[in-house]
Ligand binder design. Structure first.
Ligand SMILES: *Cc1c(COP(=O)(O)O)cnc(C)c1O
Length: 235
């Protein structure tokens, strides 16, 4: 059953790419498995899916220890600095970097473990009060400081758009984030490695709005409910 859900989402991504004239290989689907048991993840894994996303450190670490080692785990939830040490070296990407101090901690821990960690900068494009992330106008200033941190690779941006009944209402926010990426790349920000900062990743789109996000340039979409069904936070 979950295999069918997954297939449907993949088909919708393919259609959105076709509509936008994009190559579907540019879009990576992340199955967001927070609150879901290992059995559900294994069912999706059995279809060949290897990209999974989680929000809570303790739950994620437990799953990393018990599920197949070739899963690529994405940390997509708010991350506290004192928990960074549990994730560095174990996740393929941290999507939710929302402060310079957090980026510094990821850098420090990555140096200690002799790894490089891919990160995304969380942007609160819609400026919702209950959400984490930089405002659009804060991003460049942050990047000019963060580019000098060792052992982190800043790949791009992540956003969670508002919950809306019509996903078209979010198109505007996705477009702003893509334009921000283009603008930042055009600034040729010196990254201290005799090189310039080049961002290539946009993590945007969830169950409700991933089709629109793909049309607007998403390279990573984070889909939970459409694959695993509704979440129950009581157990
Ligand atoms: C839970 C979550 C998702 C998945 O949401 P769905 O609506 O279930 O697809 C994606 N991104 C983040 C940051 C989340 O917390």
């Amino acid at each position: 059953m979950l295999a069918n859900n997954l297939k449907e989402v993949q088909e919708e991504i393919r259609k959105a790419c076709e509509k936008a004239g994009r190559n579907p290989e540019e879009v990576t689907l992340i199955a967001v498995s927070k609150t879901k048991p290992n059995e559900a993840i294994e069912e999706v894994y059995a279809t060949g899916m290897r990209e999974f996303g989680e929000n809570y450190v303790q739950e994620l670490v437990g799953k990393i220890e018990t599920l197949p080692k070739d899963i690529r785990w994405h940390m997509i939830g708010h991350l506290q600095r004192n928990k960074v040490k549990y994730l560095v070296g174990k996740v393929c990407m941290i999507h939710s970097v929302d402060s310079l101090r957090l980026a510094e901690e990821i850098s420090k821990e990555s140096v200690k473990k002799n790894v490089t960690t891919d990160i995304l900068i969380e942007v609160n494009v819609a400026e919702e009060e209950n959400k984490f992330g930089f405002k659009v106008e804060e991003v460049e200033g942050f990047l000019r400081e963060a580019v000098n941190l060792p052992n982190i690779n800043i790949r791009g941006f992540m956003t969670s758009a508002p919950y809306v009944s019509d996903p078209e209402e979010n198109r505007h926010y996705f477009r702003i984030l893509r334009e921000l990426l283009v603008d930042i790349n055009a600034k040729n920000i010196d990254n201290g490695n005799k090189d310039v900062l080049h961002l290539d990743s946009l993590s945007m789109g969830m169950t409700n709005d991933y089709r629109v996000a793909v049309e607007e340039g998403a390279t990573l979409v984070r889909v939970g409910t459409a694959i695993f069904g509704a979440r129950n936070y009581n157990n």
